[in-house]
Ligand binder design. Sequence first.
Ligand code: ADP
Ligand code: ZN
Ligand code: ZN
Length: 740
Amino acid sequence: MTTPSQPNRIYRLALPVPLYRLFDYLIDDSIPLTQPGARIEVPFGKTVQVGILIEIATESEVKLDKLKPILRVLDHPPLLSKVDLELLHWVSRYYHYPLGEVMSLAFPKLLRDPALSTDYAEPHYQLTEAGLNLALSTLTRSRKQHAVIAFLQQHAHAVNAATLLRHTQTTPALIKQLIAKEWLVRVPPVEAQPLLSQQVLKSPILSANAEQQAAISAVSEQLGRFSVFLLEGVTGSGKTEVYMQIIQQALIQALQVLVLVPEISLTPQLEQRFRQRFNVAIAVSHSKLTDKQRGLAWLSIQQGHSQILLGTRSALFTPLKWPGLIILDEEHDVSFKQQDGLRFSARDVAVMRAKLLNIPVVLGSATPSLESLHNAFNRRYQHLQLPQRAGLAITPEMVLLDIRNKKVEQGLSQRLCEEINTTLAKREQVLLFINRRGFAPRLICHSCGWVARCKHCDANLVVHKREQALRCHHCGSRYQPVNTCPVCNAQELVPLGLGTERIEQLLTQYFPNHNIARIDQDSVQRKGALTLYLQQIQQQHIDIILGTQLLAKGHHFENVTLVALLDVDSGLFSIDFHAAERLAQLIVQVSGRAGRAEKPGKVILQTRHPEHPLLTTLLSQGYAEFARMALAERASAQLPPYSYQALLRVEANEQDKAEQFLQRIIDSAQQCAVNDVSVLGPVPAPMPRRIGFYHYQLLLQSANRTHLHFLINHLIKEINQIKASKKLRWSLDVDPIDLF
Ligand code: ADP
Ligand code: ZN
Ligand code: ZN
């Protein structure tokens, strides 16, 4: 034990457990001290956990002889920098989420698992003297060996495995062979060096138009300083080109760039464009990769072996060795908000990260979120605009098609069918959009009105014809098809409403000589299916594309000149105040798929409410004007961004339990000395019963963010004391994006 002359050495750790506290461990004198941010392996109950060192202390609230010693220090020096830690502390405070769990999310699984955490350093390879002097002409019989040796002979340094694999299509077995021949050796990884400027570009840049140039200059001038830019540019206006030219400036200064996109389906396209343009190592990270691949991407950025990281929301926390710039494309996209566990907004955290790192962040979109526009109007963000399409493309014509009193055969009006025919006759492609998969959203009894419902949820079952089943889209339950009404025994059960399958059936009847592709969650289940569809569309083997929101963004379809939204009305009258913004964004994004190349495009919106102000404003005056109107409405109703919200959700197996729990929270809120936070509820969630559980919620709202968070802190302490809280599930959603 310690002697009086020697202070205690205590490591205070964040552990990945759902508790709002840190844990103290002893470290004995034989272990050299490391810094906060290092991963430490410790015993925890009967398990071994990987914790993160938060601080080194000399005193503990726990008696010293009760403290356990650590097992191992995993990192010298720590993998997280001081600023990385600062950000995670902020995230934990802002989202009121346990620090240990926040910390653990910052690491890829590869580095969180004690069993995997030792040998993570990427192997590097270098030629031996013999390999260096090997005459390539002697390798003519082995093309693969030739490629590896030739590549390495051009490189003075050791090269990591990933680079070798990328440039030579070698295999681990081949590397083994070369090592056996003593031409190659495995060496420890080299300290990464910042990249030299002349190496950055692979292909020439496009010459930017005036607006693009203004945006490029504005951001480039701020490299090395914190600044938020909102880059608003219609689809096809050349935002990606702007990103690439700004990235180029950062790379020239030997800085790394983090690029976040909302969805995995968008990464291959962007990745390809980046790889064509830049002569630097590009790391990619998203949830469809293996744990190993993600871990290696994380490390290659953290250690400086890659210059660009392209990823989805979860890549946000990757430590940058030379932080230069953060870009968030499609910043309005709801996928940037995590909807379970730590419910963080990657957009908001990216802005905070840029602030702490003192670097610029660019938020790009054709349809910026109302929050970001509000910040731009307030001059907190710098507003950069690209009002025109770049190159030759022309802005599409948008038409409201009034389908009141028109014969609408299962969602396709006669006028729309004529337009489709005209487009097909010109050998151009058509994109039809409806955001509902399956055959029909309801199965109803014609004689008594009974509707098929899920046993576990307050939801109607969706008819899936191809699969011959009824399915609940909320819990995934599958039911056998029903032919007889369980209430009145009638045999007349009719599918009501429209889904993609039903429209596909109709299209096959109407356009029998054309190829139709239905693209929704069901049809792209198989791995690689989506890629195949996209290829077929690109090669024009498909004439009519029918899709859900899977298709709403990102993809370039050069030959699509007619886009139709079959049903915009379902979004017009929602109880959630976010719905109008979402619908407007969807309409604009889907429209952006039309007429991307030289051919002019047309967009048709089928509606029974052609006078609705959302539609008329959007079509006659554009998204910017819609946004101004929507913000004015939010201001007068004191809704975000003019106030701040947090939603406390609970679910329990009995209705009463959930309600009583929230009632206690309300009582506790009333004792707390803040009077400008309104507490609304408890109310049942819009769909109260889901997967057998009852969902209730409490909405906290205030114009004063500090007071709101003060109250939340108070409530979380209370929750942790309520015994009943263990019998139900609760979660807190700061800045919720829906009230579901
Ligand atoms: P966005 O990201 O805004 O949708 P892109 O950057 O993908 O726009 O640009 C749309 C198309 O216009 C692309 O084919 C791109 O190569 C082209 N483009 C972009 N900027 C220019 C420019 N300055 N000159 C010519 N073509 C451009
Ligand atoms: Zn019936
Ligand atoms: Zn269900």
